[in-house]
Design a protein around this ligand. Structure first.
Ligand code: HEC
Length: 108
């Protein structure tokens, strides 16, 4: 029972966290640490048509925070499932999604 209550409490904290604005500045650090290996300058060294440009994100229906959060959490082979692996926490996944969308808007 105690475990269930803790899980519910943590879930609520999680929701409260996601209600706060994602921080693109923090997302930049997350990106530079985890993503530049394959996505330097918004490109995609492994799958050319899946760059982080505004056009590619739209064409691949990944032009929303929700879609990018899902991708970074669950991966898409060969892109790693950073969230599932515990490599990036939920707040930082939101931050990096905000950063990607901001840079895509600015044309990288
Ligand atoms: C090992 C290389 C690799 C790393 C590291 C990586 N990605 Fe990817 N990424 C890929 C590949 C490959 C795809 C294409 C996946 C597919 O087939 O849909 C992709 C796709 C994407 C897309 C969708 C692009 C599109 O136009 O469809 C986004 C957004 C993205 N990655 C963000 C990130 C972020 C943010 C990180 C860091 C947290 C990251 N990636 C780290 C390889 C990588």
């Amino acid at each position: 029972m105690k475990t269930i209550i803790s899980v519910v409490a943590l879930t609520l904290i999680g929701f409260a966290g996601s209600a706060m604005a994602a921080d693109a500045e923090k997302g930049k650090e997350v990106f530079n640490t985890n993503c530049t290996g394959c996505h330097s300058g918004g490109k995609n060294v492994m799958a050319a048509g899946k760059s982080l440009s505004k056009e590619d994100l739209a064409a691949n229906k990944r032009n929303s925070a929700a879609a990018i959060i899902d991708l970074v959490t669950n991966g898409a082979t060969p892109m790693p499932a950073f969230g599932k692996m515990g490599a990036i926490n939920a707040a930082d996944i939101e931050n990096v999604a905000a950063y990607v969308l901001k840079k895509a808007d600015a044309g990288w």
